[in-house]
Design a protein around this ligand. Structure first.
Ligand SMILES: *[C@@H]1O[C@H](CO)[C@@H](O)[C@H](O)[C@H]1NC(C)=O
Length: 352
């Protein structure tokens, strides 16, 4: 199931492990030797940790058994574009009962229209703006009434809906921060809370979309990044609390899939850039200068066509989190470089 990017990640990690298992012990034991200490124990300690690390990576791609998908009900948010509609179709094809939440169903959005052509008693397209409490309430009521009679509750929610933004901290208005958090963070919390009574009954799953930027960050990405860091914390807390109910919580941390989704378009970047420049205080404009600003916007625009356009690693991670007997806590469908970088960022001393 995990070929391509993840396969390459395992390869990268193996190389990394060998460097660890051979190079670092050699340096370590030389230092220990010079200091007149017992150098044998340095080697075995490092080899032990390197082996554990490799075992963890192998566990991620090792078959862990699968549950029967038939008639299990799942709600997916953000089914207008990107991962959402593809996941909805993929899970429906497995025999699952799918509720696809679309922001623009009532406004005649293309994505919703396309999904509504699927004629199946197991496929429902719902109007769902994750920032709107009354729409969430209506959606959950509808789901409660349409769960197949042979099921105990809602098997899963996939909090997939997301918004993005870019721009340095001094360029970003508080309104922009709030707007993105309204979807990426409060939206996730609202939908999760609303669905949990049904999910606890099924001893089901919560799957939250975070990001590679959920555990590391880059310049110009604070507006987006902080919401994803928060989703990580929220999901970890939820996992502790749900253990007693038998509900499992997974986090997806994709790398750059901008090219394959429409979270950013060149047009969208330009619009956001224009409005950001307009709202920026004059002294900030002067200090940074239009040239640097335009350069950032142009960089972001080229970024739109970069990254992976094959969305399958993310879709497969979603599917595994919902249907594996032993779902992983974190899935990292990203390029090997980012997997290693995120490992280093999370586990190594900060100065590295
Ligand atoms: C929330 O959803 C309801 C029902 O679709 C709608 O009438 C209302 O205008 C929405 N509120 C906002 C703030 O969009």
């Amino acid at each position: 199931m995990f070929t391509g990017e993840l396969g390459r990640s395992v390869f990268g990690a193996t190389v990394f492990t060998f460097v660890f298992a051979l190079g670092v012990p050699w340096i370590g034991s030389t230092i220990f030797y010079i200091l007149g200490l017992n150098y044998g124990c340095c080697t075995s300690t490092i080899a032990f940790f390197a082996t554990c690390f490799l075992a963890l990576l192998i566990f991620a791609v090792f078959p862990r058994g699968r549950l029967n998908p038939k008639d299990k009900a799942v709600l997916i948010t953000g089914c207008d574009s990107g991962f959402g509609p593809l996941l909805a179709k993929q899970l429906h094809a497995l025999g699952m009962h799918v509720f696809a939440g679309c922001l623009l169903k009532d406004k005649g959005g293309e994505g919703a229209k396309h999904l509504m052509k699927i004629q199946s008693s197991r496929f429902h397209v719902l109007q769902l703006d994750v920032t709107n409490d009354s729409e969430i309430k209506m959606a959950v009521q509808y789901i409660g009434m349409h769960i197949p009679p042979n099921q105990d509750g809602l098997w899963g929610i996939v909090n997939n809906a997301g918004a993005s933004a870019f721009g340095e901290i001094e360029w970003s208005s508080i309104d922009l921060y709030k707007k993105v958090a309204e979807v990426n963070l409060w939206g996730v919390i609202r939908c999760t809370q609303a669905c949990l009574p049904l999910i606890r009954r099924a001893k089901g799953r919560v799957v939250n979309m975070a990001s590679g930027f959920g555990r590391m960050i880059a310049g110009s990405r604070s507006v987006y990044g902080i919401t994803k860091w928060a989703v990580e914390g929220f999901s970890d807390c939820l996992r502790y609390e749900m253990r007693r109910w038998g509900v499992k919580v997974s986090i997806i941390e994709p790398g750059n899939y901008i090219a394959g989704t429409s979270i950013f378009t060149e047009d969208g970047v330009k619009k956001l850039g224009d409005s950001m420049w307009e709202k920026m205080p004059d002294n900030v404009k002067e200090d940074y200068g239009k040239k640097l600003f335009d350069l950032r916007v142009a960089e972001m625009q080229t970024y739109c066509s970069k990254g992976m356009d094959d969305l399958r690693p993310v879709l497969n991670a979603y599917e595994d989190a919902l249907l594996s007997r032993i779902p992983l806590i974190r899935y990292q469908p990203m390029e090997a470089y980012w997997t290693i970088r995120s490992f280093v960022f999370t586990h190594f001393p900060s100065f590295i």
